[in-house]
Design a protein around this ligand. Structure first.
Ligand SMILES: Nc1ncnc2c1ncn2[C@@H]1O[C@H](COP(=O)(O)OP(=O)(O)O)[C@@H](O)[C@H]1O
Ligand SMILES: [Mg+2]
Length: 343
């Protein structure tokens, strides 16, 4: 016997493995072939994501966070991007070798993303409800009025006041925080198993940032999503993430449970980021506590890529690439991780 409960979301044919693992990125490399040379944006990134888990990906601008997300979503422009090696498995299936037609059915219904420039990616010429409804018309073949009804339901879910009255309003009639809620509504519309939020609060003021983070955490909990929170701002994710991976020059240089990472970082770069928290929202500024700038990715320094900016750098740091290794409860790619960890 089948039940006749009406649901917007058909059952997914993708199932996580026995450990609840949804996503498995393994030794991913991405490079951009540009007139100035080959920019090595991602240089062997590996991580996984389980259902019901929030992973923060942290690092300064240019460290490769968005490129990692775009590779997972399958929206990199190739060329100029090239993926010379690595795999990205979703529920065991490699997205990088999947036929485009199948991939399209993953993007949106299974893995969804809130883009870094979310506030400007709403179309100014269509009502917001129409744009949310697009997800249902396109992926579920719904008619206009059913899609609008779904849009109202989602707008209510992301706590937009007077959703029914405002479903046909245009983007400019909403505040920045409300527009971000609309983007979140679109991203969760098809009930994805994985949600990637790329700098979801960057353009918002501090109070609204906290509200958006709380909303994402609530939705993640409710839907048992795997959530990847990408940010340069270590100040906004401490309360919502379970684990964090810190990126520098296209590598993960530190990995830890969120509390350990903040309490006792095991990499000098993480320590610098933490000491810089109040200044990190000033885009393009040199980090107070670190100094210097991230490397040009066409000429990444020998040894540890962070060595020119590191107060602890020794000869070995300029010659030998440090592997990501276990140090206490954390992982760190620093030759002197023990010393960093112990203060
Ligand atoms: N379309 C592109 N063409 C050339 N280089 C790119 C392109 N997109 C990204 N990159 C390179 O990849 C690096 C990482 O970018 P990105 O992932 O956006 O950093 P972030 O950590 O700030 O999100 C950039 O510094 C840039 O050098
Ligand atoms: Mg980015």
């Amino acid at each position: 016997m089948t039940t006749t409960t009406k649901s917007a979301a058909p059952a997914s044919s993708y199932k996580p493995d026995a450990d609840g693992r949804l996503l498995e990125v393994d030794d991913l490399h991405v490079e951009f072939h540009t007139p100035d040379g080959i920019a090595r944006a991602i240089n062997g990134v590996s991580f996984d994501l389980h259902e019901g888990e929030t992973l923060a990906i942290l690092g300064e601008s240019g460290s490769g966070k968005s490129v990692t997300a775009q590779a997972i979503m399958g929206i990199l422009d190739m060329p100029p991007a090239v993926i010379p090696s690595g795999s990205i498995r979703y529920c065991g299936q490699d997205l990088l070798t999947m036929p485009e037609e199948q991939r399209r059915k993953v993007r949106g219904p299974e893995i969804s993303m809130i883009f870094q420039d979310a506030l400007s990616s709403l179309n100014p010429t269509f009502p917001v409800g129409w744009q949310i409804g697009e997800m249902f018309r396109q992926h579920r073949g719904m008619n206009k009025s059913d899609a609008y009804a779904q849009a109202v339901r989602l707008m209510e879910r992301v706590a937009i006041p007077a959703a029914k009255e405002r479903v046909k309003s245009y983007p400019h009639q909403f505040s920045g925080g409300m527009r971000q809620r609309i983007m979140i509504a679109m991203a969760i519309a098809l009930d994805p198993a994985v949600l990637i939020a790329d700098e979801p609060t960057t353009a918002l003021d501090v109070t609204v940032q906290a509200q958006i983070m709380a909303l994402l955490a609530e939705l993640q909990e409710e839907r048992k999503m795997g959530l990847i929170l990408i940010t340069h701002d270590l100040g906004v994710v401490a309360d919502v993430a379970d684990r964090a991976a810190v990126m520098y020059a296209g590598r993960i240089v530190a990995r830890a449970g969120i509390e350990d990472l903040y309490a006792q970082p095991a990499h000098p770069y993480t320590r610098g980021l933490l000491e810089s928290i109040p200044r990190l929202d000033q885009k393009g500024q040199t980090l107070a506590a670190i100094g210097g700038l991230p490397p040009n990715l066409t000429r990444i320094p020998q040894g540890c890529a962070f060595n020119p900016r590191c107060r602890m750098a020794q000869d070995i740091c300029r010659t030998e690439l440090p592997a990501l290794r276990q140090v206490g409860q954390q992982q760190s790619a620093c030759h002197f991780a023990e010393e960093v960890l112990n203060g």
